[in-house]
Design a protein around this ligand. Sequence first.
Ligand SMILES: [Zn+2]
Length: 169
Amino acid sequence: MLGVRIKNIHYSHQKIFMARRKRSSFLEDLIDIAAMLPWWVAVLLAIISYLILHNIATAPEVTPTHLVPGQMGAFVAGELKRALALYGQYIFPFAFSIGALLSFIRKRKDEETTFSSYSKQNTIERSQSPACPNCGSHMVKRKAKKGANVGGIFWGCSSFPKCYGKRDY
Ligand SMILES: [Zn+2]
């Protein structure tokens, strides 16, 4: 009974989430997509989309001299394309630029967390580790991958594989 209720709650949350996704504008979708790309790809897209759309928007107008039905259709389609490009030349680069910025910020955040946790761990290991009996470098905790002592922890030289210094842990 409770399981069913939880499932229903979960389902309705999903529906709300999906509805919200659906309501988001075309511009937001574009920004979302661009933010998922590497920031430099998004920058590149911003530049390329501007160049292409600006080119279309400023292309010389071809006015049909004779109003042949087939030509009229092409003329209207051309005008429509031009009108879309007129707005698109600002909308696309704008969305891609925002996306690039978001992507860049996210990447930097990821790098910061990775780096800080790595250096913190590194500091702890260094302060507690003995010196290598062979070369004097600091030693790092390692797990034996083969030999009689498989899975056993020992101190290995940080200069491995240049130095094979070992100590009991
Ligand atoms: Zn060593």
